[in-house]
Design a protein. Structure first.
Lengths: 163, 276
């Protein structure tokens, strides 16, 4: 099977960023939205042929997400890298083609990245009420996890997008 | 146990180190390239509007062969295009005219600006990108209004774009006052319910640090208080009080819902100083 193309993943990430800032933001509920770029990073971590490419792709996707952010540069790059590293570490013992695995990986990644981002924003910009943390992270995690198997299947079927 | 080559083991550490180094960059240095990249969306915005108008002209009709009819359709398309432009300019004019009444300082100029991106990719932040930058005289700290409503404050500027921190962002702070629904002459207005408006990172803001015995009530209008040091005028509209909870703490928790949904804005006005 042909490996993933980092350049194509980066282009796809740029398109996903535009979607996140426009359509997905309009569809968000109380600020909770689908983390499309995180899904792409999870996909790269799960299906990249080698570890180095998986981690670099995750980092690059995070950096692309940082373009549209008012927070510190490379915050998402670092968090996506850590999420990717965690996925790559357990890749050998999970069945990545399983819908449940994809759902759980996306949920864990989204929750971890969401909480870590909220923590950094609270420390650097200002406090976020605890009730917002819980509601938003929970809703965002649920929406992202439910969409994960669909996105993964879509990317696996339309190979020209990522290979 | 199988060992990985050294280069593979070191890759995440190097990337993490690069990320940390980038995170330590001052905001002024890291935001400029990002805003420059987002400036690429300005022509996209114009193109999408133009394309929609252009497509509207060529909607197929059953008897389009008639030359006069084609001409008429062309002219109708042109009229639609110009009407859209007039509406756009009218929107900008209303934005500026609404705010002009509240800015009494003649040194303050209102610069209309289009919204390029009205969202933040960080789910916990609230910001928007405007199509004006340092080449138009915009600088950090300037206020952004829509009619008489305060939308936010400029936090970063590039030559053609700038980023606005919205009132609902957790990093936004400004002096505010809750105007009571009924006037009580025993309490001077100047002493009432003054506090600090802080965003919550969600769609609301909070009025903090106000006295526990203040005459706060749900539905009260929250406006800015004058701050000559930062150039904030008195009376810019922010929102209305949606809930007041007095717990055991010294200060009550006051939730403020902004009057304007920043997501729905197409154009805003930046308050410039004439000497800039």
């Amino acid at each position: 099977m042909k490996g993933l193309s980092t350049a194509k993943l980066a282009l796809l990430a740029a398109a996903c960023l535009v979607a996140e800032l426009t359509i997905l933001d309009d569809l968000s509920w109380r600020g909770a939205r689908v983390e499309l770029l995180l899904l792409l990073a999870c996909f790269a971590a799960l299906f990249a042929r080698d570890r180095r490419q998986a981690l670099f792709s995750c980092w690059l996707i995070g950096l692309i997400k940082d373009i549209g952010s008012s927070g510190p540069l490379a915050l998402h790059a670092l968090l996506f890298l850590l999420a990717g590293w965690a996925i790559v570490s357990v890749k050998q013992i999970i069945f990545r083609e399983s819908v449940l695995t994809q759902l759980l990986v996306a949920a864990a990644g989204c929750a971890a990245v969401g909480i870590a981002t909220a923590l950094v924003v609270s420390m650097t910009a200002g406090g976020i009420p605890a009730s917002h943390w819980l509601t938003k992270t929970l809703m965002s995690t649920l929406a992202t996890a439910l969409l994960a198997p669909i996105v993964v299947q879509l990317l696996l079927q339309t190979r020209c997008l990522v290979r | 146990m199988m060992l990985r080559p050294r280069s593979l083991r070191g890759a995440p550490v190097i990337l993490a180190g690069v990320s940390l180094a980038m995170m330590l960059l001052p905001s002024a240095a890291s935001q400029k390239p990002r805003l420059l990249l987002l400036a690429g969306l300005i022509p996209l915005r114009a193109t999408s509007t133009g394309a929609a108008q252009f497509a509207g002209r060529f909607i197929p009709s059953a008897s389009a062969s008639d030359t006069e009819k084609v001409k008429l359709e062309h002219l109708q398309g042109r009229v639609q295009e110009l009407s859209a432009r007039v509406m756009d300019l009218q929107g900008q004019l209303e934005t500026v005219a609404g705010a002009r009444g509240i800015l009494t300082d003649p040194k303050l100029i209102l610069l209309p600006a289009d919204v390029v991106v009205n969202a933040d990719s960080n789910a916990w932040r609230r910001s928007m990108v405007l199509s004006r930058g340092s080449s138009h005289g915009v600088s950090r700290g300037m206020l952004v209004l829509w009619q008489r409503h305060l939308i936010g404050r400029i936090i970063e500027v590039s030559p053609w774009t700038c980023r606005v921190l919205l009132v609902t962002d957790s990093g936004f702070r400004i002096g505010g006052l809750a105007l009571p629904k009924a006037y009580d002459e025993s309490v001077p207005l100047a002493n009432r319910d003054k506090g600090v408006i802080e965003g919550t990172g969600d769609r609301t803001a909070a009025l903090k640090w106000i006295q526990g015995d203040a005459l706060l009530e749900t539905g009260a209008t929250v406006v800015t208080i004058a701050d000559p040091a930062t150039g904030v005028p008195r009376g810019l509209l922010i929102g209305k009080v949606t809930s007041v909870s007095r717990g055991s703490g010294l200060y009550p928790k006051v939730e403020v819902l902004p009057f304007v949904n920043a997501k729905s804005l197409d154009s805003v006005a930046i308050v410039l100083k004439a000497d800039k």
